[in-house]
Design a protein around this ligand. Structure first.
Ligand code: SAM
Ligand code: DTB
Ligand code: SF4
Length: 330
């Protein structure tokens, strides 16, 4: 992706000053930036599938799939290829252009990767873009995924470096940066963002966005999740984020990373249509589409279709090459 004209040297105070703008000024600025890079009435939609569920050795405080939390989730082995292909075909039939496969691993083994490579090749064969999120990767594993034709790798920073230790202790913030560097070096598009509503401060939100925006190249896709509170996880009962602060975070992400897709991710089932509309106005232009995220619910496709109609939004119909997606200029 051409990054010309975008900055990678944001100071935390500058980002906090954006957060502190009057709401209307912030949204106007974000929407203006958005229109310079994207069609403001188009949304890219991806569908998720959990290809290996539960029994994860990591201790991420938000996650239903950690073996350390008693969430009542049934563990499942790696799904067979035909089930994955059937789910991708169903997603494509509903208009989804990207299929994202998630596995509850700390990191994949090379044998795990053999199976995932088959899935990537089969989903690409359907004419869909592919994304996987498998945990930490080595450089060699990232290269292997690239040669299988993988389009995107999702690996979130999750939160600020300062707040990180309150949420996860079994791997470090630096481990995440290392995996993202392997993905970038392999030539795979980077999908990386975080979660809001875990008890973090506004400064933590600013700091997380600073870590993303000051990478040598911005992630092509930046998912902003609202914590889905799962009973049995340590973060169940965390103080919820104010909806307007969520919108502010989307707007700041849009301003800092003008040419990236900002993804309105987990948590939409708990959001009103009006709150989601504000997120689109703030510059969100991609989302997860389909009844299920990985282990929790997402709004029904017909509800999202009705929302698109009410807002005059259309679903991006065809995958765009990462290096030619700049458009419009109007
Ligand atoms: N195990 C892999 C990993 O952690 O990288 C891949 C799957 S993991 C579930 C992918 C991302 O989903 C996490 O990094 C986190 O940002 C997000 N996520 C997980 N549980 C969530 C929840 N309850 N609410 C919001 N986002 C969540
Ligand atoms: C991302 O940032 N959000 C998605 C995707 N990347 C893999 C996952 C959300 C998971 C929400 C909780 C669940 O369904 O288990
Ligand atoms: Fe495991 Fe990923 Fe859940 Fe963390 S977020 S517990 S690594 S599945």
């Amino acid at each position: 992706m051409s990054d010309a004209g975008t900055r990678h040297d944001w100071a935390i105070e500058e980002i906090e000053a954006l957060f502190a703008l009057p709401f209307n000024d912030l949204l106007f600025r974000a929407q203006t930036v958005h229109r310079e890079h994207f069609d403001p009435n188009q949304v890219q939609v991806s569908t998720l599938l959990s290809i290996k569920t539960g029994a994860c050795p990591e201790d991420c405080g938000y996650c239903s799939q950690s073996a350390r939390h008693d969430t009542g989730l049934e563990r499942e082995r790696l799904l067979p290829l035909d089930e994955v292909v059937a789910a991708a075909e169903a997603a494509r039939a509903k208009g989804s252009t990207r299929f994202c496969m998630g596995a509850a691993w700390r990191n994949p083994t090379d044998r795990n990767l053999d199976r995932v490579v088959e899935m990537i090749e089969a989903v690409r064969g359907l004419g869909m873009e592919t994304c996987v999120t498998l945990g930490m990767l080595s450089g060699a594993q990232a290269a292997r995924l690239k040669s299988a034709g993988l389009d995107y790798y999702n690996h979130n920073l999750d939160t600020s470096p300062e707040f990180y230790g309150n949420v996860i202790t079994t791997r470090t913030f630096q481990d995440r940066l290392d995996t993202l560097a392997h993905v970038r070096d392999a030539g795979i598009n980077v999908c990386s963002g975080g979660i809001l509503g875990m008890g973090e401060s506004r400064r933590d939100r600013a700091s997380m966005l600073q870590s993303l925006a000051n990478m040598p190249q911005h992630p092509e896709s930046v998912p902003i999740n609202m914590l889905v509170q799962v009973e049995g996880t340590p973060l169940h009962g965390a103080e919820e984020i104010d909806g307007l602060d969520f919108v502010r975070t989307i707007a700041v992400a849009r301003i800092l990373m003008p040419a990236s897709y900002v993804r309105l991710s987990a948590g939409r089932s708990e959001m009103s249509d009006e709150l989601q509309a504000l997120c689109f106005l703030a510059g969100a232009n991609s989302m997860f589409y389909g009844e299920r995220l990985l282990t929790t619910d997402n709004p029904a496709a017909d509800h999202d279709q009705a929302l698109f109609t009410r807002l005059g939004l259309t679903m991006e119909s065809r995958p765009l090459e990462a290096d030619s997606k700049a458009c419009c200029g109007s």
